[in-house]
Design a protein around this ligand. Structure first.
Ligand SMILES: *[C@@H]1O[C@H](CO)[C@@H](O)[C@H](O)[C@H]1NC(C)=O
Ligand SMILES: *[C@@H]1O[C@H](CO)[C@@H](O)[C@H](O)[C@H]1NC(C)=O
Ligand SMILES: *[C@@H]1O[C@H](CO)[C@@H](O)[C@H](O)[C@H]1NC(C)=O
Ligand SMILES: *[C@@H]1O[C@H](CO)[C@@H](O)[C@H](O)[C@H]1NC(C)=O
Ligand SMILES: *[C@@H]1O[C@H](CO)[C@@H](O)[C@H](O)[C@H]1NC(C)=O
Length: 892
């Protein structure tokens, strides 16, 4: 059997690294020599125990050596060096692996040895996990102390913490764990209680040496003990442990004492304490060491002060036995144990060994295991550079930096918030985050996280705040998160992830066209285009033809485009160089307009196609809007949205190449300032309204996630040569999922006069804000007035407020644009007004959605283009139109 075992160990030695072998040199032992140089270890000459350095178990502290004046040949090697903790009020060792739900003896040893030259013993506290284990109070000339606790591990690691109590720098010399059988030392009534060693004495020792490993296979340390009133007896035979309840080795049990005075029939042992609240458990070990003659009897009583008296008891020859009680001795400062000769005994009493333990309740339950495992994993995965030691949540005033916990007395604490922003995290979002199941707040912003936004985040059902901004994530955001963000249950941020498909429609099979496209462009397409400009021209050409063909086909299609994917034209977008832009605009000759974010120039492609080139102004810091618009335009295609042809992004030169809209913007047409602009007739106005409504309907319902334009206004509606209207300027657009939608956005954006009052007041945006702005545009189309009206001698007012009193009295003649000279159908006029009114109540809940508006406008247009009722202009509003109020609240 031995031979086989040796063989196996040799084999293991070949495959396992020496450091690991050292740590586990003795099965069930973890033996740490604190302050030993990193990676080193040794086999102790005396004990043959393998010790290793503590660097794998702690990240803080400094290695120190005791003063040479304390070094002697008899000094244990482990005490020569130590780890001291000048920084931080709590420093913790995380010792692993330990077996879960197993019993361990943990021993911490300290020897000051004037290592810091201060010649002043520090005092500090020692914690096991979240509970106070002992206060370290050093004694002797060199300042030593050792403390042991027998406890059951509740997880796969142990944390031992040194807490600075303001009385000097904590340090530690040795840390030892010994795995015990669960059946050993079951002294307490409650299994969850621990035992702190008070004394462990090898009574009657003949050598005067301590006994420990290998003589005690569990490496319990037995100190020799004798009293003048005692006489030693011993045997050379082995004392067997048949009961397996305690760990008293033969070497300890083979020596004993009896009273020195033959006439005395009692062995007394006593101790004092200055803490009467301590509860002591005593274990008296017995084994008969002498062969008793026929007529001899050794019988005795074992009595503890006022608590118990057990016996008469007669120990068996060379068999270890013990007397102990589950009751504790407490409430006094002086205790004694008496072993008293029984009446029928012919021989004096004996005592082989004695152990005294103080009961230690560890009342504070550590943080929820799953959370601890998760956060430990996270710490390891990201090598978090924070003072994260010991239990994450406890003690409360040592909660780990960057996280908060919930404390409910009936449950272990759980982690409810974690802020890891700006902590240089790299790699993917750690799966362990998904095990923080109670988490409500998670901030991972400003790191270097890569990879996808994982689905497991969706399962964190308590999550109300998630910030992934400013990373390098890619792919798309899980739709369930977007939905929660949309319904307001989650504040979700993921801006500034250049490769993340943040918004807009992405079809599910190819989740992030834009992300991957852009990436490819950056890494690959630029150099290729630069090098092969000839090929580039060909590419433009092909793309353009494809695009035009597509457009022609598209324009023949019926208006409603709802529920089409909008990630469509992507393959046709192209990237232009700034040289190409210069050539196309003929050195930026013709200005078409100036927008909020830069100037729009006229340009011409090589095939003669006219384009509008929107240059991003470098001064105006509009790059966010530029990016928003570019990203959105790449994904959307609809006949009522301005088409996107390509873009240029070369350093500071950024441009969007858009479909050229010959007739310019609607505001210009309605204002009458442009003398060349024709007055739009009623039918054209209704058609423009329908075009715009269809464009918005597509953004709201045809795109997934929906898009809110946020800046619907006459100036952003462009007309082509056929007076077809297209919505432009997506710089402020938001996909529903975007962060600002679900929480207070700091800046309400939009244009005064068109701005939804509810959004303005609450900062809560939804697609009904566009409906409001559309209503304003419709009023502009009807009245020919601008959104903000400054009439002579009166206050500025919005168009909505301006028309209200006139509508109230049914004065349609003064509502409708006088430039139409009454050339419109009255019922069509009223219908249009009703739609505009329905779109503009102050509360969004009362507004119709854009699909309803489209339907109503179509109806209206049917009426509007019906022939010749224009001559009989009635100025009263027809009863039936308002009476049948086309917008019952149920429908809207
Ligand atoms: C520490 O030990 C010294 C000497 O044994 C003793 O006087 C002192 O009261 C102890 N302090 C504490 C806090 O136990
Ligand atoms: C933590 O709290 C304990 C008891 O509430 C207190 O004794 C200790 O000084 C506190 N530590 C810190 C660092 O605040
Ligand atoms: C934790 O709670 C404190 C106090 O309530 C708060 O100031 C801090 O922001 C919270 N930290 C996190 C990460 O939520
Ligand atoms: C999450 O917890 C479960 C059980 O609590 C565990 O099996 C799993 O390995 C953990 N996952 C991660 C990634 O830590
Ligand atoms: C998310 O983090 C970014 C970067 O730190 C910050 O600018 C943004 O305000 C955060 N979002 C929220 C909702 O707090």
């Amino acid at each position: 059997m031995r031979m086989v075992m040796v063989g196996i160990f040799l084999l293991l030695g070949l495959v396992v690294s020496p450091a690991v072998v050292l740590v586990h040199g003795q099965p069930g032992f973890i033996s740490i020599d604190c302050g030993l140089a990193e990676g080193s270890g040794y086999k102790d000459d005396e004990t043959t125990i393998d010790y290793s350095s503590d660097t794998d178990f702690i990240e803080a502290g400094v290695n120190k050596n005791i003063s040479s004046s304390f070094i002697s040949t008899s000094l244990q090697r482990q005490l020569l060096n130590l780890r001291s903790f000048p920084d931080g009020s709590r420093n913790c060792y995380t010792i692993k692996p330990v077996e879960m739900d197993s019993k361990y003896l943990i021993r911490a040893s300290f020897m000051y040895g004037n290592y810091d030259g201060l010649n002043l013993f520090p005092q500090f506290d020692l914690y096991l996990g979240v509970n106070l284990w002992d206060s370290v109070n050093l004694t002797g000339t060199s300042g030593t102390m050792s403390t042991e606790i027998i406890t059951i591990s509740s997880r796969n690691f142990m944390s031992v913490c040194l807490v600075n109590t303001g009385l000097g720098t904590p340090f530690i010399s040795t840390l030892e764990l010994r795995l015990m059988d669960m059946s050993l030392y079951n002294l307490t009534t409650d299994d969850s209680d621990s035992l702190v060693l008070y004394k462990r004495l090898d009574v009657g020792s003949t050598t005067g040496q301590i006994v420990r490993y290998p003589n005690d296979t569990l490496d319990f340390i037995w100190s020799p003990y004798n009293l003048p009133s005692w006489t030693s007896i011993f045997t050379l035979s082995e004392v067997k442990d048949l009961y397996g309840q305690f760990s008293a080795p033969s070497m300890v049990m083979s020596t004993a004492v009896r009273p020195a005075n033959e006439s005395s029939d009692t062995l007394n042992f006593s101790w004092t304490t200055d803490n009467p609240s301590l509860q002591f458990h005593v274990v008296d070990h017995y084994a008969e060491l002498e062969v008793l003659k026929e007529n001899e009897v050794r019988d005795f009583m074992d009595c503890g002060t006022g608590v118990f008296c057990y016996g008469p008891f007669s120990p068996d020859y060379l068999v270890a036995d013990a007397i102990y009680t589950k009751d504790t001795m407490t409430g006094q400062d002086h205790y004694s144990v008496s072993v008293i000769k029984a009446n029928d005994s012919t021989l004096p009493p004996i005592l082989n060994a004695i152990e005294i333990y103080a009961l230690k309740r560890l009342p504070d339950t550590a943080t929820n295991n799953r959370d601890v495992d998760a956060i430990m994993n996270i710490k390891a995965t990201y090598r978090v550079k924070r003072n994260w030691m010991g239990d994450p949540c406890l003690p409360k005033n040592y909660t780990w930096e960057g996280l908060n916990c919930s404390y409910d007395s009936s449950y272990p604490p759980t982690i409810i918030s974690l802020d890891l922003s700006s902590t240089r995290l790299s790699g993917e979002i750690a799966p362990s985050l998904g095990n923080l199941t109670s988490i409500q707040f998670l901030d991972l912003s400003r790191n270097n996280l890569t990879g996808a936004v994982p689905d497991f985040l969706v399962k964190l059902s308590f999550l109300t705040f998630l910030n992934l901004s400013s990373n390098k994530l890619n792919g798309s955001v899980p739709s369930a998160l977007l939905e929660r963000s949309q319904d307001g249950s989650l504040i979700l941020s993921f801006g500034d992830n250049p490769n993340l498909c943040t918004s807009y429609s992405c079809n599910t099979t190819e989740p992030c066209l834009s992300g991957s496209c852009k990436k490819k462009h950056k890494k690959f397409v630029i150099p290729v285009i630069a090098a092969l400009s000839v090929a580039a021209v060909l590419v433009i050409f092909t793309a353009l033809i494809a695009w035009r063909k597509f457009r022609e086909k598209r324009q023949g299609e019926p208006a409603a485009n709802a529920n089409k994917e909008c990630s469509f034209l992507i393959q046709h977008n192209r990237r232009f160089t700034s040289t190409e832009i210069m050539r196309m605009t003929n050195n930026f000759q013709r200005v078409l307009g100036k927008g909020a974010f830069g100037t729009v120039y006229h340009g011409q492609m090589e095939d003669g196609t006219e384009v509008a080139i929107k240059m991003l102004s470098q001064i105006r810091h509009g790059s966010v809007e530029f990016q928003t618009e570019a990203q959105l335009l790449m994904r959307v295609y609809h006949k009522n949205l301005v088409s996107f042809i390509g873009y240029c992004a070369e350093g500071d030169n950024k441009a969007l190449i858009l479909e050229y809209m010959l007739e310019g913007n609607l505001a210009k047409h309605l204002s009458g300032k442009d003398k060349n602009a024709r007055v739009l007739n009623w039918g054209q106005r209704l058609q423009i309204a329908l075009d715009v409504a269809q464009g918005l309907e597509y953004l709201h319902f045809g795109c997934k996630p929906p898009i809110i334009h946020r800046d619907v206004k006459a100036a952003n509606i462009l007309l082509n040569e056929r007076l077809e209207a297209k919505i432009a300027d997506f710089g402020l657009s938001k996909a529903f999922l975007d962060e600002e939608l679900t929480h207070i956005s700091t800046a309400v954006k939009g244009t005064h006069g068109y701005l939804d009052p509810e959004y303005f007041n609450s900062s809560k945006l939804n697609e009904k804000s566009d409906v409001y702005s559309f209503g304003v545009v419709l009023f502009e189309l009807i009245t020919g007035q601008p959104a903000i009206i400054q009439s002579v001698g009166s206050e500025r007012t919005t168009i909505v407020n301006w028309v209200a009193p006139m509508i109230e009295i049914g004065d349609i003649k003064n509502v409708v644009d006088p430039r139409l000279h009454g050339d419109y159908d009255i019922s069509s006029g009223w219908k249009a007004i009703e739609i505009a009114i329905a779109c503009t109540p102050p509360k969004s809940i009362g507004r119709p959605n854009m699909s309803d508006v489209v339907a109503e406008l179509k109806e209206c247009l049917g009426i509007g283009i019906a022939p010749e009722r224009t001559t009989s202009v009635k100025s009263e509003r027809p009863e039936n139109t308002f009476g049948s109020m086309s917008y019952p609240s149920a429908r809207w």
